[in-house]
Design a binder for this molecule. Sequence first.
Ligand SMILES: [Zn+2]
Length: 178
Amino acid sequence: MLTVSRSGLPGLKTDAAARNSGWKDWTLWTALAFGTLPDLASFGVYFVQRIVSGNFTPGKPDLTEIPQYVFTAYDVSHSLVVAAAAGILIGVFARRCLLPYLAWPLHILCDIPTHSADFFATPVFWPVSQWHFDGWAFSAYPLLIVGYWGGIALLFAWRMLYPPVRDRIRRKRETHHA
Ligand SMILES: [Zn+2]
């Protein structure tokens, strides 16, 4: 959302109107949809299924309990090959959606280092290759969560604080030149 919408970081490069459109910016919500798509299409479906069937227990489910379709959906939605193919289609048929679409491959890139081989390692090159990176899971390394959200907070702070500071510097420069 923050990195691939018009009112997010890319908006910093463009004019003030794009920067200030904020919550009304449709690319922000499209980015949210693309960014959550990989997990909604796999875990989300399973989550709803468990609630509907009355089998819901909080916490991480046991790998043996998870139905095969969740793994298949995870493979498809977490493959850069699939995401790239979708990106080409979007580029051809819905160019306007290309910037927020980037939230999808970005989600995959974020999942690569944070999923270990024990639990849903990210199959980046599926179906070409089953190769996956044996990463550092949040559950095994809680400090990662701090780093992860800290990074997001920093980006967010940059997005919020940079424009007013830049505008002030610009104004100062203009009055000096006048
Ligand atoms: Zn994911």
